[in-house]
Design a protein around this ligand. Structure first.
Ligand code: AQP
Length: 333
């Protein structure tokens, strides 16, 4: 079974990206059911909203170093940059031509992001992004795609597009399932716990970046928005801030929410937040140490060159089949 997933280099990777995505990649790379494992840097997705060229390049490289620092092992995983495999863009276009505007307009992420980018203009790419995401997955005949809760809707659309294409042109794509981790799949903003934690949040207090200074991380957690009550209790509706911190702590300590509620039943918020901060730091500190050892090494390019060759090999085989099915260009064998 083949695994593929990616993260956008649209900022510095957050604790949300780590808990919802990268941590699962690291766990799954050792799962014997995956005989082939690919993880990419989704740089073409990042340009759906305005990016500074220098920042983007920096974030691409930084994400590769973060992947490795978090524990992805290039002996088990092929790591590549999406824009270095042109078949993603080509299949993205073909899928766009088989999708409907209404389907794309319904996507929650499009609605959220188009609101946020009203002033600098909403790109067409922001709307059609899910068809490129579908291409990222369908090119590789993947059965299982690990996604956070927030990406579930996009995966549903991928399934719809795959089924539609298969019905129209004959069996071509594997229809993938979502793999959603049970605990802490969705981490919320520290400033507004009703919104997800996002690396492109204009307010840096809302997210914890994996590269934030340790003292900054502690400060952000201590000033996280909570309610006026004093009880450390999981109640997503009435206590979203505390529930978010409980989720974060559960993910960082591998203790269940119930265990944590029991431990902190007589504690005040300040003590609890202090412990959450320490738990987060204990996860992030070793990642930062490895990251700074790697970020300027030639090893990153070696890893990316191998990944690029392998991904192009697989993707080119698939896109050739798709081209023939659709009737584009000249028939190839
Ligand atoms: N807050 C989150 N909690 C859990 N999982 C999350 N993911 C993102 N935010 C959270 C998961 O991270 C993976 C990669 O995400 P992405 O970078 O491709 O896109 P995104 O979901 O749009 O992430 P961001 O951080 O919110 O980026 P921006 O700000 O650029 O939009 C996905 O599997 C996602 O589920």
């Amino acid at each position: 079974m083949r695994f593929i997933s990616g993260v956008q280099p649209s900022g510095t990777i957050t604790l949300g990206n780590y808990i919802g995505a990268i941590r699962n990649f690291v766990l799954l790379q050792d799962d014997p059911k995956f005989t082939d494992f690919l993880v990419f840097v989704a740089d073409m997705h990042a340009i759906t909203v305005p990016q500074n060229k220098e920042e983007l390049r920096k974030n691409i490289k930084s994400l590769v170093a973060i992947y490795l620092a978090c524990g992805l092992d290039p002996k088990k995983v092929h790591i590549f940059i999406q824009s270095e495999v042109p078949a993603h863009a080509m299949l993205g276009w073909i899928l766009q031509c088989n999708g409907y505007i209404g389907e794309l307009e319904r996507m929650t992420q499009y609605k959220d992001k188009s609101q946020r980018h009203q002033t600098d203009g909403v790109s067409v790419g922001l709307l059609t992004y899910p068809s490129l995401m579908a291409a990222d997955i369908l090119l590789y005949d993947t059965d299982l795609v690990p996604v956070g809760q927030d990406q579930k809707q996009h995966l549903e659309l991928t399934r719809t597009l795959a089924e539609r294409f298969n019905n129209k042109y004959g069996e071509t794509f594997v229809v993938p399932d979502a793999y959603i981790s049970k605990a802490g799949a969705k981490i919320m903003s520290l400033c507004d716990p009703t919104k997800k934690m996002s690396k492109s949040d204009p307010n840096p207090k809302g997210y914890i970046s994996l590269l934030d200074d340790i003292n900054v991380i502690k400060k952000k957690i201590k000033s996280a928005i909570t309610d006026l009550d004093t009880k450390v209790k999981y109640d997503k509706e009435n206590k979203p801030g505390i529930s978010n911190l409980l989720t974060i702590m559960s993910c960082c300590t591998n203790k269940s929410i119930e265990e944590l509620e029991e431990i902190y039943k007589d504690s005040n918020y300040a003590t609890f937040k202090e412990d959450v901060a320490n738990a987060v730091v204990s996860v992030i500190e070793p990642i930062q140490k490895k990251y700074y050892e790697l970020i300027n090494s030639k090893y990153l390019d070696e890893v990316l060159d191998e990944g690029k060759d392998y991904a192009n090999y697989l993707a080119n085989k698939k896109i050739a089949k798709v081209i023939n099915k659709v009737g584009l260009g000249r028939k190839t064998k």
